[in-house]
Design a protein. Sequence first.
Length: 389
Amino acid sequence: MNHSMRSSVTVKSFNFLFFALLSMFIPFLPLYFSEQGLNETQIGTIIGIGGFITLIAQPLWGMISDRTRTIRKVLLVLVVCTSVTGYLLYSTSNYALIIVFVMLTYFFLMPIDPLTESLNFRVAESAGISYGSLRTFGALGYAVMSLLAGYLMTQFGAHSLGYTFAGLGVISLIVTYLMPDAPVSGKPVTMGSLRNFLRNKETLLFLVLVFISSIPARMNDTFLGLYIKDLGGKPDLLGLAWFLAAGSEILVFSLSFWWLRKNKELAIISIAGAFYFIRFFISAWITDPNWLAYIQLLQILTFPVFYTAAIQYLYSIVPVEWRATGQTVLALLFFGVSGILASFAGGALYQAFGGKVMYLTISVMSFIGMLFGIVLYRMYGRKKSGEVS
């Protein structure tokens, strides 16, 4: 087996395992809290604080990776720590300890994401394969594990997730150990570079668009499990919902080379915004939890389309040397900052008015995001299409 072949196989396996771990953490955590007797505001608050920790942890571990010039060794440390804290989180019933282990899991698990994405980009470049072909395995891991975790939680209770989490962690460790390292070329983020990057009006407006559009997506991610539960669904139904959502992403990521058009990114983002609106608007009126699971198939036209187009657009407006910075800013905005706001506001909104009002609110936000995308496309997209590249 030659080097690039080996690296792509281990990186694909790592994507599968990491996103499988992530699927046991993100969708099922609110449900786990709810089973421990917490209300929506408390759940939103804990997940919001987790978002703050993610904001600090991601750049911190990214810097450590830059300084030590290695992704693999940093991943080894993170995987070991994640396996331990994740196991303890799902094995304890003590409220104070749950909080401690959740925060530690956020600190170790979430920084693996940008490191994995940068590994994907580098391996794809050096092996001459598409980024989507690696990332597809992440979506597959998320899909398969969502289904399994939902089944385990329904059959054997939430604590069974502890053993599964630890077991996956150990396998991830072995794969990480076998994985070749990717040289780290990302320059550390300095305040001066960030200022120049953000002074550009087009960049700023684009980041505002990402922010507006990602809050509804994050609210749905966080509170879908509680809404299914309130409508009478069991954890395995949430597992099915995420299986359908992540499963539908596989197709989009693997075919991105075919549907993603250059200079049409803002139009594509607006289309994704329109489907976000439809998805959340329908969700508000659903009374059968099974239909709430099926509607997650609309993920195929929302998140993967939005995110892939956003990354490509970002790369087209950002100077080459700021791409790493841009990628970090995009991830922090899409998953970090918006996640914090979505958790706090979503939890309060859900507890005060219920799931239906929350879904109507985020459908309106998605609609605003879509309109804003169309405005930006008229301002910047056409100009680019007219240029001879």
